[in-house]
Design a protein around this ligand. Sequence first.
Ligand SMILES: [Zn+2]
Ligand SMILES: [Zn+2]
Length: 390
Amino acid sequence: MGQPIDGKIFLNTEMVARRTDRLAHPSKVKTYHIQAAVLRTGSPLKIESLELEGPRDDEILVRIVASGICHTDIGFVDEWDGTANPVVLGHEGAGVVEQIGQHVKGVKRGDHVVLSYQSCGHCRECRRGHPTDCENFWEANFGFHRLDGSNALHRSGVRGHFFGQSSFATHTLATERNIVKVPKALPLELLAPLGCGLQTGAGTVINSLKVRKGKGIAIFGTGAVGLAAVMAARVVGADPIIGVDVKPMRLRLAMELGATHIIDNRRHDIASHITRITGSGVDYVLDTTGDQEIYEIAVRTLNSKGIVALLAGNEGADSLPEGRKAISVIQGDAVPQRFIPKLIRLYQTGRFPFDLLVKFYDLKEINKAMADSKKGDTIKPVLRIGSVSN
Ligand SMILES: [Zn+2]
Ligand SMILES: [Zn+2]
């Protein structure tokens, strides 16, 4: 466990190194001095002062209050070979709108916002309202530049725009495509992880699999994404809801959040346990592990017409029994501006208590926060970066 969940492709560092700032901004553009956690040669990340260009006409400058850490951030740090230009990671930002470009209509200065994944807005899938299938998804989220090739951190020789945000920083630029206005009554720092991990887990249950009341689901891997799926499965009335993991602490939390059964797969055989619980198998499996062996167990536990949703970039498929289906899911097929407010309403009514997953760290503790997440001691680390009131 600990695989990327946000897309199938990891960064090819050579591609980043080859890009140049072919559309660098004119020198008169205002720049902001910001602090950011920079990935240069691998771990540890270091906090540095950088220059960030001010927003273009379609951009929004956000003062970051908090940012969640997701396994995809950690995956980049672990895989980084140090030959590409340094980058700023972070893609679960929450903050306050500081300044807007002149074409921005949806938010204004002072609004509280959560940032999510980026999409282009003009390809066929974006126009059809399916931004997770955006034809430019890879470049918009993993390209470390705007879609025109430019980079607002170029003066510092560092690349930003990760998921259209790079939120391990005091300030960032976003667009209306990846910004979601949220109620001021709620603690902004808590809302940060809604932008990726929680949206992915809950969205897979609600949007991608469309799990219905009374259907059985097994969730393999009960980290932040898996636990969001457990909560969503309870919201839609799935039964049974079976959590599978190797960490007793995470399994206990799964029970607290709505799992009807748990399986510690270090101690018990998953397939025979699921058969014993259900009498047959489950209608859905959600696999957050990316582990081939786990995948093969997952498909064996599916009922006829069952679907396994793969969230960790695992293509699976080759050993699928007849009548079963595997789907690869990105960001829970969620449109952030619709789905994140829905998750917030569920939280406010006590049905999506994701605060139980969160542990806060200061930005300067980012390396410890990542290490704690890898060890499984912390389910969802959230970095405190600034205060709401400035
Ligand atoms: Zn993520
Ligand atoms: Zn698109």
